[in-house]
Write a protein that binds this ligand. Structure first.
Ligand code: PHE
Length: 451
């Protein structure tokens, strides 16, 4: 193990903001509202909240606990908790590392578009209309340039390390994100049409409920809380021993869920405002049009109808998305980087350029084979890798890691934990309930096929 000289987050709040920064990202602002809008609004919201509580939160505790115990990169941390199952530990760690890299490779492309949408109004203001149109229009060259730019931003932060880079930037950027969000939500609420969106989002209509919706909500909860690619394990490894793990995980989950909720409060009403302004959102059959590009088409269309105020609001919105994406992408890059530093014995600066370069190269391949690879990489990483690795993490924490050691680690930083309900429930919960719940996700499509 790397010993005491290993970097640490400098404060509890700093860690919470960094971990919440990792969790809050495109998944909250792009994924969650899109899913809610296409899955009946309030019903999806309630199912999602339930999934975060019964599945994602306990797993987040497991990842943080394994990471802090190991005090090393995810592969070594897993080896530390499963010394007799070396192969399993290595495979899970390696899969997490590849998963995080894979997510970053498509995430950087999407985040690049955000950079384009952010720069677009500025270019229009200074009269560079051709450039503005180029940035708005889908092309391989545009996607490549913007992806590289976003990767450079990510590399820049991760190069500075844990306290000076990740914590510093997350602590600065996360509060800005909250304030911007609340201001924009208040503004949207004053526009005609917002009430309809609000109703859809907050008043449940049980007829929309289906088992598929439960699975989507579960996947969304995994992605949103950054579970199943060892990212939280990597962050947990820099956590001080006096931090209270269940409490920290609860705070991170609450912040993440709070932002997803706020994003719904902003985007669903904004959709209906856009509809009032003549932008078509739902088809005649009631299906959401453009479900993948909601944020990229409906919202810019709405900003356009708002005149010069729209330009500013649009920029604020995209600034907000970029911030959220950056505090997540740094967490993804940290997983392979922390591993390369310790396993290959190279300096952080070199590791960041090496790994960042490799991921950017893979992203470039996706950019030039967009139709074939973009959707495929998203589905392999988020629909398969995250739930499978999440399941493996639960099995390792519940069945392989020695129970006394788990409890000992959990107790550090919180001696009173022993008298809590959490203490009584969590170990068996991770052992039995989490794997069964996740097993159902995999079995459902099979069962459905048999029915
Ligand atoms: N949770 C991030 C989001 O919601 C995505 C993410 C996944 C970050 C996995 C790190 C690891 O956008």
């Amino acid at each position: 193990m790397a010993g005491n000289s290993r970097a640490q987050f400098s404060s509890r709040l700093g860690f919470i903001l960094a971990a919440a920064g990792s969790a809050v990202g495109l998944g909250n602002i792009w994924g969650f509202p899109t899913q809610a809008a296409s899955n009946g609004g309030a019903v999806f919201l309630l199912t999602y909240l339930f999934m975060v509580f019964i599945l994602a939160y306990p797993l987040l505790v497991a990842e943080l606990t394994i990471g802090r115990y190991g005090n090393a990169n995810p592969i070594r941390s897993l080896l530390a908790v499963a010394p007799k199952q070396k192969t399993v530990a290595k495979i899970v760690g390696m899969a997490g590392l590849l998963g995080a890299s894979g997510i970053l490779s498509f995430y950087a492309i999407v985040a690049g578009w955000l950079l384009g949408f952010f720069a677009n109004p500025m270019l229009k203001i200074v009269g560079l209309n051709d450039a503005a149109v180029w940035l708005e229009t889908f092309s391989n060259e545009r996607n490549l340039l913007l992806m590289l730019l976003f990767m450079l931003l990510t590399i820049f932060v991760v190069r500075k390390g844990v306290a000076g880079g990740i914590e510093r930037w997350s602590s600065r950027l996360m509060p800005v994100l909250f304030v911007l969000f609340v201001l924009m939500t208040i503004y949207i609420m004053t526009l005609p049409g917002a009430g309809e969106g609000l109703k859809m989002y907050l008043v449940p209509d049980a007829s929309h409920f289906s088992p598929d919706l439960v699975i989507s909500a579960m996947g969304q909860a995994f992605f949103s809380l950054s579970i199943g690619v060892c990212a939280m394990m990597a962050y947990g490894s820099y956590l001080r021993k006096d931090a209270n793990l269940p409490m920290t995980a609860a705070q991170v989950s609450l912040l993440d869920t709070g932002v997803a909720f706020l994003a719904g409060l902003l985007v669903l009403p904004a959709m209906f405002v856009a509809q009032k302004n003549g932008v078509q959102i739902y088809s005649e059959t009631g299906a959401l049009l453009d479900s993948d590009t909601l944020v990229f088409s409906v919202l810019p269309a709405m900003f356009d109808t708002m005149g010069s105020a729209g330009l500013l609001i649009g920029m604020a919105f995209f600034a907000l998305m970029i911030i959220a994406a950056l505090t997540s992408s740094i967490a993804m890059l940290e997983v392979p980087v922390s591993t390369a530093i310790e396993e290959l014995n190279i300096e952080r600066g070199k590791a960041v350029w090496l790994i960042g370069g490799l991921i950017a190269a893979f992203s470039t391949v996706i950019v030039f084979n967009f139709g074939d690879l973009f959707g495929l990489v998203i589905s392999v990483t988020t629909e398969y890798a995250q739930p499978i690795i999440g399941l493996m993490t639960a099995l390792i924490a519940g069945w392989i890691w020695h129970r006394n050691q788990v409890l000992e680690e959990l107790k550090q930083g919180n001696p009173e934990l022993e008298s809590s309900l959490f203490w009584k429930i969590w170990p068996s919960y991770v052992r039995f309930v989490c794997p069964v719940l996740m097993g159902m996700v995999f079995l459902w499509p099979v069962l459905k096929g048999m029915l």
